[in-house]
Design a binder for this molecule. Structure first.
Ligand SMILES: Nc1ncnc2c1ncn2[C@@H]1O[C@H](COP(=O)(O)OP(=O)(O)OP(=O)(O)O)[C@@H](O)[C@H]1O
Ligand SMILES: [Mg+2]
Length: 245
């Protein structure tokens, strides 16, 4: 993934969340965003997803320029996968139908081909037994894995995930992280917001620490979690790691 952020500014009213942010990265397969609550992680992810407009500046991600007219952003959004904190499955549809719907409705796939593709994905991610269940009959971890399948089914250019495990009971966190890790190992490009520091350490190629109006620190997982040279990041890590063994 190539990412070029130039003078990116995002405000909500008087609240300047991202203030003239600059960053250039290349050759990164998994980018992980960490930082304190309210720092702007979701905002940056939503801008990268083409869901939120920037006030100033520009982002170029791979070959896409994101400071563009709404029509182009709409087209861009069709090519990326997005996974949210709450799984956002349609409650009245089965797991299979949840995956099939965007394929037929948004991507023009024929129903039978879409079902075959969805079934093979469910199979691959060990979810085939849940294909015909409704979300209410699935655990949080299962629902989130279905939501990830749905995002991956469109063969996205990359996958953006916003705290995909934070709404889950701890016992289900690892099954979702395992799936994300599997996708990462298969070469799927990821941008992930997470509070799971262990996962960030292991799975990130590069880490952005989002706070105080921008990217307050960035580096390899080794820089951020081992060398620990940045006092602002260390204060945050000391807090979030206080009760983990
Ligand atoms: N749609 C919106 N309208 C107004 N203010 C917003 C909106 N979305 C975010 N904000 C504000 O922008 C700032 C950054 O919010 P954001 O959700 O990006 O933080 P975050 O880092 O994702 O936090 P968390 O870890 O709690 O999810 C906050 O001050 C928030 O109140
Ligand atoms: Mg957030």
């Amino acid at each position: 993934m190539r990412l070029e952020i130039a003078n990116l500014t995002k405000r909500f009213g008087d609240n300047v969340v991202l203030d003239s942010v600059n960053l250039t990265l290349d050759g990164i397969n998994s980018l992980v965003l960490i930082g304190p609550s309210g720092g702007g992680k979701t905002t940056l992810l939503r801008i990268l997803a083409g869901l939120e407009h920037m006030n100033d500046g520009n982002i170029i991600i791979n070959s896409h320029c994101l400071n563009c007219p709404e029509q182009e952003l709409l087209e861009y959004r069709r090519h990326i996968g997005m996974v949210y904190q709450a799984y956002n499955l349609f409650p009245h549809l089965t797991a299979l139908q949840n995956i099939v719907l965007p394929l037929t409705q948004v991507h023009g796939m024929e129903k039978r081909a879409a079902e075959e593709h969805a079934c093979s994905l469910l199979e691959r991610f060990h979810l085939a037994e849940h294909a015909h269940k409704h979300p209410a009959a699935l655990s949080g971890g299962q629902q989130q894995r279905i939501a990830i399948c749905r995002a991956v089914a469109i063969k996205p250019e990359y996958l953006l995930l916003d705290e995909p495990t934070s709404a889950l009971d701890p016992e289900y966190t690892s099954e979702v992280l395992d799936l994300i890790e599997e996708l990462h190992e298969e070469g799927m490009e990821l941008v992930l917001v997470t509070h799971e520091m262990g996962f960030a350490h292991n799975a990130a190629d590069y880490v952005l620490f989002i706070a105080d109006g921008g990217i307050a620190a960035h580096g390899t997982p080794k820089d951020i979690f081992e060398t620990r040279e940045n006092p602002r990041v260390n204060r945050f890590l000391d807090k979030v790691l206080k009760y983990t063994s």
